[in-house]
Design a protein around this ligand. Structure first.
Ligand SMILES: *[C@@H]1O[C@H](CO)[C@@H](O)[C@H](O)[C@H]1NC(C)=O
Ligand SMILES: *[C@@H]1O[C@H](CO)[C@@H](O)[C@H](O)[C@H]1NC(C)=O
Ligand SMILES: *[C@@H]1O[C@H](CO)[C@@H](O)[C@H](O)[C@H]1NC(C)=O
Ligand SMILES: *[C@@H]1O[C@H](CO)[C@@H](O)[C@H](O)[C@H]1NC(C)=O
Ligand SMILES: *[C@@H]1O[C@H](CO)[C@@H](O)[C@H](O)[C@H]1NC(C)=O
Length: 572
């Protein structure tokens, strides 16, 4: 056991080391070795090989995934990439203005940008033959004029940068939702790719830098993501161990694919393992190909669940810090996210939009949900694909290109647990979603607290609840009928209610057997380093975490209606 832990510590990054250390401590406490004894026995000396060359590049890229060290090491540095001796020298990664680990600072006149990631957008709706490089960033202003900004685009095997100018500064927030000076507002900056020399016609850019004057040596450099779909034989294992097509749910004739995006996990104190496993298995049963999530900080037991899903390839986890620079410290960061709602809300738009752009070529739809939410197919429908197929029969004539997003009406599933009627129900009590079947009879209004499938062909900027802006060609957001599906939200409604207002809704039960089998399988295959501790009080505390955000949600709902009204005016 000790050796295993040592191995763990050496294998994992600094962050994980902390976790492993914690596990180690817990383990030691578990076998009742006193803390004093631990201090008295220093661990054996560990030598860490210093990586060199390609191996070093690999390590650096793991530490800072958005900085393309490989490009610097293999092309830009040995071949002195630049426009000429005095113009646009390629930035040395060691000179980048890093900010709070995962951001890079770019100051232009009076505006401070923090850059997070960049993506090549080649979707037909962009209407530019070479597409546009989009930079996801924050700016310390909203709704004000931006100073002119230049983009330097770099290509493999091409010494000079391609210069272009930022053509658009799309805000991913509406200032009327709340705005104070000194905060960082998420924006999407666009660098349209200009005409290219013949040797670059079919090449995509490797990195992008933003500068005030085109000849400047940049202080920032981001890898440009263009992640085309995984190859057909890229299969993942489902919980029964059999091979499953990554783009299909339970039916191999499935034609639509769904990726799920989850904002930054911030559960340092709660062991949500059980709920989380259930949630993952449900996503899979509904047809999610893979889950993409972001990490602030989680309880070690939750980390173990996340490790498992990463290991089997069903979860991609990215680290995240706050754009403003508040440090990534367990207790401080959590307190801040709890008590500074605006900071939290602004920051969560980064993972939603990053997840969308990173994965837009891999899936037909990206789904933004929280881990207390499940978009549930109703009646005889079993998968998200079924829901869209059925809905499409009614809409295809009016909307041949599809809707920019398909949204699901919010339904509150309360804490109230009905008494088990039979043996099967008693047994199922172990699973939260099978146990919690009491739904408030009133659905939320369409648009209110809704969650959507975002169409990857059209969405441009995304918000937690809906698409903010989209490319031409699609129809407006559609609210899917509650006859086909709804969004099961496991929390208490904002207003107090009588028990008589609850109705029993056992929609989740159609998955009971598969869900139970899936969850059981996962528990059996998590590694056994940590002792399982299940505290139902902690589990139930998830709902209490949800703050009442009535005002903000109302404002956002209005905004969406306004947006739709405007958009239908311009398309008619
Ligand atoms: C370097 O390139 C810039 C931009 O193309 C140009 O204005 C400048 O004259 C060049 N300088 C030299 C020394 O060639
Ligand atoms: C920067 O200057 C512009 C133009 O004068 C102004 O509109 C904007 O508010 C300023 N931004 C900041 C962050 O001071
Ligand atoms: C399947 O994967 C293998 C190895 O990863 C690769 O060599 C092969 O070309 C792939 N086949 C197809 C049809 O993509
Ligand atoms: C798959 O879907 C098709 C049509 O959508 C249906 O006829 C068939 O029964 C489904 N198969 C399974 C195994 O669910
Ligand atoms: C995966 O998809 C391919 C092509 O769509 C199909 O031929 C194959 O049977 C599928 N495999 C499974 C295990 O569903």
């Amino acid at each position: 056991m000790f050796m295993l832990l040592l191995l763990l510590t050496t294998l994992h990054s600094a962050d994980r080391e902390l976790q492993a250390e914690k596990r180690f401590v817990e383990q030691v406490q578990h076998v009742r070795t006193s803390a004093a004894a631990l201090k008295g026995t220093p661990p054996p000396v560990q030598t860490v090989e210093e990586p060199v060359d390609e191996e070093l590049v690999q390590q650096l890229e793991q530490e800072l995934p958005e900085v393309d060290y490989g490009y610097w090491y293999r092309y830009a540095k040995p071949n002195k990439y630049r426009m000429n001796e005095t113009c646009a020298l390629y930035p040395d990664p060691l000179d980048l203005h890093l900010h709070n680990i995962y951001w890079q600072t770019f100051i232009n006149a009076n505006v401070t940008f923090r850059l997070y990631a960049a993506y090549l957008d080649l979707r037909p709706g962009v209407k530019l033959p070479k597409g546009v490089v989009r930079v996801l960033a924050t700016a310390n202003q909203i709704n004000n004029e931006f100073p002119p900004t230049h983009c330097q685009l770099w290509y493999a095997d091409h010494k000079e940068p391609i210069m272009t100018r930022v053509s658009e500064y799309l805000s991913i927030w509406i200032s009327s939702w709340g705005h104070t000076p000194l905060l960082n507002y998420p924006h999407l900056l666009s660098c349209p790719v200009p005409d290219l020399p013949p040797n670059l016609q079919y090449v995509t850019p490797r990195t992008v830098s933003l500068v005030t004057k085109s000849c400047e040596r940049a202080s920032n450099s981001l890898r440009v993501h263009y992640d085309i779909p995984p190859v057909l034989n890229d299969t993942i294992k489902d919980s029964s161990g059999s091979s499953l097509n990554s783009t299909s749910s339970s039916n191999s004739t499935a034609k639509l694919s769904f990726g799920v995006c989850v904002k930054g996990f911030d559960f340092p104190y709660m062991d949500l393992s059980e709920r989380l496993i259930e949630w993952f298995e449900l996503q899979r049963l509904m047809g999610a190909s893979r889950v993409y999530a972001y990490m602030y900080d989680v309880h070690p037991a939750v980390q173990r669940v996340l490790d498992y899903y990463q290991r089997i390839g069903y979860l991609e986890l990215r680290p995240l810090t706050l754009a403003n620079g508040m440090p990534r410290l367990r207790h401080y960061q959590h307190l801040l996210l709890q008590q500074r709602r605006l900071v939290k809300r602004l920051n969560e738009l980064i993972p939603y939009n990053d997840c969308f752009y990173r994965n837009m070529y891999r899936y037909d739809y990206l789904v933004n949900v929280d881990i207390d939410e499940v978009i549930m197919p109703l009646g005889t429908l079993r998968s998200w694909q079924d829901v869209l197929d059925t809905d499409q029969e009614a809409t295809i004539a009016k909307c041949p290109n599809g809707h920019v997003s398909m949204c699901f009406i919010n339904a509150y599933f309360t804490k109230v647990v009905p008494e088990a009627q039979n043996h099967e129900q008693l047994e199922a009590d172990q699973l939260y979603v099978l146990q919690h079947t009491m739904r408030h009879r009133d659905y939320s209004r369409p648009n209110r607290a809704t969650k959507c499938f975002h169409n990857t062909r059209y969405s441009l900027t995304l918000h937690n609840h809906f698409t903010l802006k989209w490319l031409p060609g699609s129809c407006n957001t559609r609210s899917v009928s509650t006859k086909l599906a709804h969004m099961q939200h496991y929390r208490e409604p904002d207003a107090s209610y009588e028990l008589s207002e609850l109705v029993e809704d056992r929609s989740a039960w159609k998955y009971a057997n598969e869900l139970r089998a899936g969850v059981e399988y996962v528990w059996m295959h998590l590694d056994d380093v940590l002792e399982q501790s299940v505290d139902t009080e902690e589990q139930n505390a998830l709902e209490d975490l949800e703050e009442q955000e009535t005002d903000l949600e109302q404002a956002q709902e209005q905004q969406q209606m306004l947006q739709q009204a405007q958009s239908s005016k311009t398309t008619n």
